[in-house]
Design a protein around this ligand. Structure first.
Ligand code: DIG
Ligand code: MN
Ligand code: MN
Length: 389
């Protein structure tokens, strides 16, 4: 069986991921900066479907309009030659010093206005490149000292920016869906809207919630000590999984953005099982974006080994998940634990259903002694993951 990626796998990488020069808070870059057109060509070579970008990943900050147009024209040709597309774009609202106190939520109204203006221009760029999803990661939207502003005011500012920008997209006729990406901290001491769950509620308070979903990232939910699979499942269940950032992460660490599957392989397996719908649920149909980068130890060849590894691991786990859910022993155990409700609670309360339920007798002790065989189930899953079933 081949695990080689094809365009149909919808694997994407950001310019900032495979283009990461290996800088970290304690060290200088270890790799040369890469030309975006070369990245596009290499991604096409290794079987990726697309390339994502922040505005400044492609068009250096402060470029003139003429330079911007030339860069964009060259990049569009590079994508075309490589046979790849640009499914997602986003704005860098976190690198420039002006955003040191946030962008949309900053206390200085000039900063807030500038951030929205910069995002409008970045949206124009994304649409010109064919993007259909626009990600908002509020890396600087947070605090070190919460004496600086009422968090409720920060939420109002963030909401105002998003509502203004959905209005801009509608006015421009842009076919863009917004995907909000949560992170609990780093680079700020605390970042507002810290998990996907926070984002899902926040979306319900927006003027155009139907245009807005989430972009959960493995590392970010893991940093918060949460189950990434549960967060993604909740987003899928309410139709809000508009994009996803895949990578590897160990709990209790800074945002490592490691190769997909390189740390918690069991959670990676369960995530791929969920996304691919091998257990029978709805499948995620969007891009599989690896928001990750190679170890700082790697040279250029190591970077592309990293990228191949992300895609190959995903494809191997997809085949393992298919085999697991096709395993008769698994199906037998799941079948004994998936009976329908005794009363149709999902139809809501009615006097009849209430009376029906109140008339039931339950032998709690007899029910409690039932063995569920989850040890056997999990062992079988582990053996599928280890490739011995
Ligand atoms: C970090 O996890 C963020 C930024 O890299 C970017 O804004 C977003 C896009 O996936 N992820
Ligand atoms: Mn991250
Ligand atoms: Mn991300």
């Amino acid at each position: 069986m081949s695990f080689e990626p094809t365009r149909n796998d919808l694997f994407t990488f950001g310019l900032w991921t495979v283009g990461n020069p290996g800088r970290d808070p304690f060290g200088h870059p270890v790799r040369e900066a890469q030309d975006p057109c070369r990245i596009a060509a290499k991604l096409g070579e290794i079987g990726a479907y697309g390339v994502n970008l922040h505005d400044e990943d492609l068009v250096p900050f402060g470029s003139s309009a003429v330079e911007r147009d030339r860069i964009v024209s060259d990049f569009k040709k590079a994508m075309e030659d490589a046979g790849i597309v640009c499914p997602m774009a986003t704005t860098n609202l976190f690198s420039q010093p002006i955003f040191k106190d946030g962008a949309f939520t900053a206390n200085d109204p000039r900063v807030r206005a500038y951030a929205i203006q910069k995002t409008m221009a970045a949206m124009d760029l994304g649409v010109e490149l064919g993007a259909k999803t626009y990600v908002f990661w509020g890396g600087r939207e947070g605090t070190e000292s919460d004496a600086c502003r009422d968090p409720r005011e920060a939420l109002k500012r963030f909401r105002g920016a998003l509502d203004f920008l959905t209005g801009y997209c509608e006015d421009q006729g842009y076919d863009l869906r917004f995907a909000l990406e949560a992170k609990p901290n780093e680079p700020r001491g605390d970042i507002y809207l810290s998990t996907t769950g926070h984002m899902l509620h926040f979306i319900s308070t927006l003027a155009k919630p139907e245009r807005v979903g989430v972009n959960p990232e493995v590392a970010h939910e893991t940093m918060a000590g949460l189950s990434f699979v549960h967060g993604v499942a909740q987003a899928m269940e309410c139709g809000k999984l508009f994009h996803i950032d895949l990578n590897g992460q160990r709990i209790g660490r800074y945002d490592q953005d490691l190769r997909f599957g390189s740390e918690d392989l069991k959670q990676a397996f369960l995530l791929v099982r969920l996304l691919e719908g091998t257990a029978g649920g709805a499948r995620y149909e969007g891009p599989r974006h690896f928001d990750a980068h190679a170890y700082r130890t790697e040279d250029d060849e190591g970077v592309w080994e990293f990228a191949r590894g992300c895609m190959r691991t995903y494809n191997i786990l997809r085949e393992r998940a298919k085999a697991f859910d096709a395993d008769p022993d698994v199906q037998e155990i799941l079948a004994m634990n998936t009976d329908a409700d005794l009363v149709d609670f999902r139809a809501g309360y009615s006097k009849d259903r209430g009376a029906e339920l109140r008339a039931m007798d339950f032998d709690a002790a007899a029910i409690a002694i039932k063995g569920l065989r989850y040890e056997r189930l999990d062992q079988i899953m582990t053996e599928h993951m280890m490739g011995v079933r």
